[in-house]
Design a binder for this molecule. Structure first.
Ligand SMILES: Nc1ncnc2c1ncn2[C@@H]1O[C@H](COP(=O)(O)OP(=O)(O)OP(=O)(O)O)[C@@H](O)[C@H]1O
Ligand SMILES: [Mg+2]
Length: 451
């Protein structure tokens, strides 16, 4: 039973739309088929009843007429007496097995009522044709008469019936499709609105119109969106405020430490303050990235930007190389937010430099509005299970919780957030042969100024 259910589930189409349409259509088609069968059955039954009543009267009249006709005139009358379901013949007819078919038995009862009392008769079915039977009745002067019955199952069906049924079915299918579409549409809108609640957390309101249930769901969804946006906004403001306000006491402490005598203690304090300052800066960066304080998009040549970045790194002694994949230059400008892009790539390159001695940046333009930037290193990579977790704010692998590679754990979170606001995505992949590949896919953004 469980297996059957599982198999049925596997066969069911994926979308709710297809499932509902299928269930409604199958149910209605089956009901329609059953009611058509019932009507035909009723109709056959009624026509059979009428025929039986008719046969009784007709047979009695025919036999009485033949009884009274002179011997030589009977044959000429026979064609006039015959009906659709039975015909007369003068003669002994054929022998055969007893009558057993249900329709034949009903007709036979009617024959019995027509011929008794007055005429002795016998009846038999015909070998090979269970539905056909003959009644043998001797006429008044002893001449044998045979009535050959071919009971018909019912009245013939109208030629238009299949077309009418097909038209009915088409109508039912259309009604199902319309009804299901009506029921599913709000779900689709809801999914789109939920999807549109993008990284910048700007709520896209769902239209509050349509049937009352849909309006209620849309209102609840819109209210929820607004609450989420308000919560996140409030938290980010707090984070930004704390990070910002931390900078003043840190600066003051720095000044004081600078006045101290040079000692290992002083150096440690300077390092700690540096770390604190980084934290505060990253906090502000994260809040800004999340809050969508986006710069205006403009057309740039990403080749130039990445090349200049690699050059800056090399100037400061880091081994960072840039290559446009296949050496193909980007001919047309690409519309993006250069500050955000620079920030993402910097975070990725900085990570790479923490774990490897050299980092390579590659760029590939898949389509005019789509580029892929890869930041590659030959460091230790990241365990497969943690490839997604490292994007969570403050998540850092155990191995990097030391001073040398120590950071705040916000770099990747900020980078992904910015990548989303750049209309793209950021993923990490372990490279064959060791090392990490940070893959940044960017879509050209509309060159409009964001408030
Ligand atoms: N190229 C890499 N090779 C190996 N591990 C990496 C690499 N990049 C990131 N990681 C791991 O992912 C973690 C999260 O990276 P993320 O950039 O978010 O934080 P961080 O570099 O530790 O700190 P921050 O960037 O905020 O100064 C790192 O702590 C490290 O464990
Ligand atoms: Mg980092």
């Amino acid at each position: 039973m469980k297996r059957l259910a599982a198999r049925l589930r596997a066969l069911a189409p994926d979308s709710l739309f297809a499932r509902l349409t299928l269930i409604l259509l199958a149910g209605l088609a089956a009901a329609q088929f059953l009611s058509a069968m019932l009507t035909i059955e009723e109709r056959n039954d009624a026509s059979m009843g009428a025929m039986i009543d008719y046969v009784e009267v007709d047979l009695r009249t025919a036999v009485a007429l033949l009884d009274r006709l002179p011997h030589d005139e009977r044959a000429a009358w026979l064609p006039r007496l015959q009906r659709g379901g039975y015909r007369y013949a003068l003669g002994a007819g054929e022998a055969g097995p007893p009558v057993t078919a249900p329709h034949s038995l009903r007709l036979l009862a009617s024959v019995r009522r027509a011929l008794t009392p007055g005429h002795a008769f016998n009846a038999n079915a015909l070998a090979g044709d269970a539905e056909r039977f003959q009644v043998h009745v001797p006429l008044a002067d002893g001449q044998p008469l045979t009535v050959d019955f071919r009971p018909r199952r019912g009245l013939p069906l109208s030629e238009r019936l299949p077309y009418m049924l097909a038209a009915q079915l088409a109508l039912v299918a259309l009604a199902c499709w319309l009804a299901v579409r009506l029921a599913i549409r709000p779900l689709r809108t809801l999914a789109q609105a939920a999807d549109a609640l993008g990284p910048d957390l700007r709520p896209v309101r769902m239209p509050e119109q349509g049937p009352s249930e849909v309006v209620a769901a849309a209102r609840a969804f819109n209210a929820m969106q607004q609450r989420i946006a308000a919560y996140v906004d409030e938290r980010l403001r707090i984070l930004a405020a704390i990070s910002h306000d931390l900078q003043t006491p840190i600066t003051r402490m720095r000044l004081r430490v600078d006045l101290m005598d040079e000692s290992p203690q002083q150096q440690r304090l300077i390092d700690d303050l540096q770390h604190l300052e980084d934290l505060a800066r990253q906090g502000i960066g994260y809040a800004r990235a999340m809050h969508g304080q986006l710069e205006a998009a403009r057309a740039i040549d990403p080749n130039d930007l990445l090349d200049a970045m690699a050059l800056d790194y090399r100037d400061s002694g880091a081994d960072v190389a840039y290559a446009s994949a296949g050496g193909a230059p980007v001919l047309t400008p690409f519309c993006t937010r250069p500050g955000a892009l620079r920030r993402v790539v910097t975070n990725l390159v900085d990570n790479g430099l923490k774990y490897a001695s050299e980092v390579r940046i590659e760029m590939e333009r898949a389509a005019p509005e789509l580029i892929t930037i890869r930041v590659l290193d030959r460091g230790p990579g990241i365990p497969e299970a943690a490839l997604e977790q490292v994007f969570e704010p403050f998540y850092r692998l155990e191995s990097s919780r030391n001073r040398d590679t120590g950071g705040t754990g916000l770099g990747l979170a900020i980078a992904r957030q910015l990548a989303l606001t750049l209309g793209g995505g950021l993923t990490l992949h372990n490279r064959p042969g060791g090392g990490l590949e940070a893959r940044l896919v960017l879509r050209a953004v509309q060159p409009k100024v964001n408030a």
